[in-house]
Design a protein around this ligand. Structure first.
Ligand code: GRF
Length: 208
């Protein structure tokens, strides 16, 4: 069983999608052992508690410097034996020492087709606002490994979603979640837990 730690900051619908897919048996070789939130009010923490999963808040602001924050994160994750770190709407940037320590062991979901609408400043509704401003006809979501570059690590899965003429950022965000994020994030966890993902440089190969 792959031990998974999920890092969140908000509503936690992506966390829920993973929980649902564990419950249904679609993911059968992974379990969530801890959920860490950067925000004490995050509804994601409540979702974790409902499943009896360890749920804590560790926020950067409570530490004197980045190093002690990252040490606390590492200590917590290691104490639960976490083997895969899932960033499910986690709004705190994790430093290079962290991404290097857990190289190819951290995955993130981004609500666009990387390399479009990604990088510093592209988070939340902003991503969808920019996609609509540009007038793209197709957007989507990307699951990727996390390295020191924002949204820059090897791409694991992507799924396209059509943009409709009268979309607002909110409507588009919802469609991208429903049609792409909640599908490919659990799928990536499943594939990794089954050892079906191999990273070769900046490319991911999927074993059959
Ligand atoms: C999602 O749109 C995800 O793509 C982005 O942050 C949002 C998190 O939503 N990284 P939720 O907390 O999983 O509902």
């Amino acid at each position: 069983m792959l031990k998974v730690g999920v890092l969140v900051s908000g509503g936690g619908t992506n966390l829920q999608a993973i929980l649902d897919n564990i419950e249904s048996g679609y993911i059968n070789n992974a379990k969530i052992v801890t959920v860490i939130s950067s925000n004490p009010e995050a509804y994601a923490l409540k979702r974790a508690e409902k499943y009896g999963i360890n749920a804590v808040c560790i926020k950067k602001k409570d530490f004197s410097d980045e190093e002690s924050f990252l040490n606390a994160m590492e200590k917590h994750l290691d104490s639960f034996g976490v083997e895969l770190i899932v960033l499910a709407g986690f709004m705190t940037v994790l430093g290079k020492s962290f991404t290097e320590k857990y190289k190819n062991k951290i995955i993130n979901i981004h609500p666009a087709l990387i390399p479009s609408f990604c990088g510093d400043g592209f988070y939340g509704l902003k991503v969808h606002e920019e996609a609509l401003k540009k007038g793209v006809k197709v957007t989507g979501a990307t699951v990727h490994f996390v390295n020191e570059e924002t949204d820059g690590g090897p791409i694991i899965l992507q799924k396209a979603v059509e943009v409709q003429d009268d979309d607002t950022p909110e409507i588009l965000q919802k469609r991208v979640m429903e049609q792409a994020e909640w599908k490919i994030f659990p799928e990536a966890v499943k594939l990794i837990s089954e050892g079906k993902i191999v990273v070769e440089g900046n490319k991911v190969r999927r074993l059959l």
